[in-house]
Design a protein around this ligand. Sequence first.
Ligand code: ZN
Length: 245
Amino acid sequence: MKYAVLADIHANLSALEAVLSDIEGQGGVDEVWCLGDIVGYGPDPQRCIEIVRDQCPDCVAGNHDWAAAGKIKTSLFNPEAASALDWTRSQLSQEDIRFLTDLPEVLERDRFTLVHGSPISPIWEYVLSVWDAEASLKYFKTPYCLIGHSHLPLLFECSDTRTDCRLIDAEPGNDRQLGKKRLLINPGSVGQPRDHDPRAAYALLDTESGRVVWRRVKYDIAETQRRMSRFGLPEWLIQRLEEGR
Ligand code: ZN
């Protein structure tokens, strides 16, 4: 089976469309998986929810999804994120809110566990270090775990007998083998990359050849920024897109 893994779309429609067309350009996949944070920050929450609902039946909840739906408090976020979330909520229909509210925290598909943050705390926790990765190993049963939330393409490779993980740089175009080692795989962010590369990020999985490939895709950043300005979204959120941070 072939899967595409999309995380942290953040209502960035230009980035999402560019990624979906890159997936087609790569020969297409059997399923597109979504690791949450469909909305928040960006200018097109409704359209992004619609696309995810149609094209990614397997999607887990992110902290921004549940905050936009009113399930968690926006006061837990920094002021810019909270202000974007208040605006996002004003754009959503009851149906959109229900869709976001009902997103599950964890899914198991094929040999993968899907979460937004970490298997320990799926909505909030970041997996950024080998210690985070090691601590999380006993919280998922599948060989591999797919994570988002940090907006950084990352790979943690861990022994299946001892908790000795190492961090491997997930460079675009690099591919790694889905072998015997346990892996935590972060595809990076579609709509707000933070690794100083402003291009949209996602990953492709092929369970037959056993490969995972990180992809980067150019998209019309200026178009997303224009729409954000039009809706009065915070300046810092607009600027960070072109800087990839
Ligand atoms: Zn996010």
